[in-house]
Design a protein around this ligand. Structure first.
Ligand code: AMP
Ligand code: MN
Ligand code: MN
Ligand code: MN
Length: 298
């Protein structure tokens, strides 16, 4: 049997709904051999996930999904894999993003209050089990209050650009994000590339900048990509010589669109990120490192 990889997933350390240990156990049940935990802008769940992975016999890749502001108003997500979670450059960078997230969550609350939706910040915070409050937590609160029937509708009505609960991001630059990942000994991957609304010219620009900064891979197979998008991303990937990654972007059982253990196979024309020498050497480092101390309480 071939090794099953899932290199993009979320826990309660960001906007997923399973604790890191529960996520690892589910991955094991779904026959994933190598799982990357990649919470938004933090690595708070890694120790717990690593501890569980060592118990159940699964390889845990320490990751993070870093929010990047690119161009005039685009938000791009960069997945960092094989991160040294004690690296001070990475930790300082993520700390800055978490401080922005704190302010942004309060601002979302204020903007919704102006639209007569009271108590949104407190409501969102009650859904957040880790240190960050993201749009998904506001979405869960708004659905509970009956403002929308599901995630899709609540984002469309309240939380995307031009809607009352949207606050423009002041995220990392692409340059900073890759610097943090590389300082921490990791590899950088452009997450779910088909999700961005970019013209062909802007895509070429993004891929060019990413490669110039030493970016490693494109997430060709994503839980949020259709079959056609996977083929299109495979062509982009081969066209510019990037490696290819796979990730479900799993957020928990209530999001049926991005399930775990159901990813399409990697297109044959792509070179998988795990075949790179950087990947192989970081695996050796992981194998030589004893499991961490106590899991973190989230
Ligand atoms: P944030 O980083 O707090 O701005 O939230 C981004 C997260 O919101 C993504 O990682 C998804 O989990 C979720 N998200 C973004 N857009 C949508 C959408 N249209 N429908 C459902 N979830 C979404
Ligand atoms: Mn998310
Ligand atoms: Mn993302
Ligand atoms: Mn994600």
């Amino acid at each position: 049997m071939s090794v099953q990889y899932d290199l993009h997933s979320h826990s309660t350390a960001s906007d997923g709904s399973l604790r890191p240990s529960e996520l690892v156990r589910l991955a094991k049940l779904r026959r994933i051999d190598v799982l990357a935990l990649t919470d938004h802008d933090n690595i708070d769940g890694i120790r717990e996930a690593r501890f569980e992975a060592s118990k159940v016999g699964l390889q845990l890749v320490a990751g993070a999904e870093i929010s990047v502001s690119w161009g005039r108003s685009e938000t791009i997500h960069i997945v960092g894999l094989h991160l040294d979670i004690d690296n001070p450059v990475l930790l300082k960078g993520l700390q800055r993003l978490c401080e922005f997230r704190q302010w942004r969550s309060e601002e979302i609350g204020r903007r919704l209050a102006k639209k007569h939706i009271e108590g949104a910040w407190e409501g969102a915070r009650a859904f957040a089990k880790g240190n960050i409050i993201g749009r998904v937590h506001f979405a869960r609160f708004l659905i509970k209050q009956g403002y929308a029937k599901d995630m899709k509708q609540v984002f469309k009505r309240y939380l995307v650009q031009g809607k009352p609960g949207y606050v423009p991001g002041d995220w990392a630059t692409l340059e900073d994000a890759l610097d943090w990942v590389h300082s921490a000994g990791g590899q950088a991957v452009i997450a779910h590339p088909a999700r961005y609304r970019l013209s062909a010219t802007r895509v070429r620009q993004l891929l060019g900048e990413f490669q110039d900064l030493g970016g490693a891979a494109l997430e060709v197979v994503s839980g949020s990509h259709s079959r056609d998008e996977i083929q299109r991303m495979a062509q982009w990937c081969c066209g510019c010589g990037l490696l290819a990654s796979v990730g479900s972007d799993y957020h928990g059982p209530e999001n049926p669109y991005m399930d775990m253990g159901k990813l399409s196979a990697m297109p044959a024309n792509c070179v998988p990120v795990w075949e790179s020498s950087a990947w192989i050497s970081s695996q050796e480092v992981q194998a030589a490192t004893a499991p961490d101390t106590l899991p973190l309480a989230l």
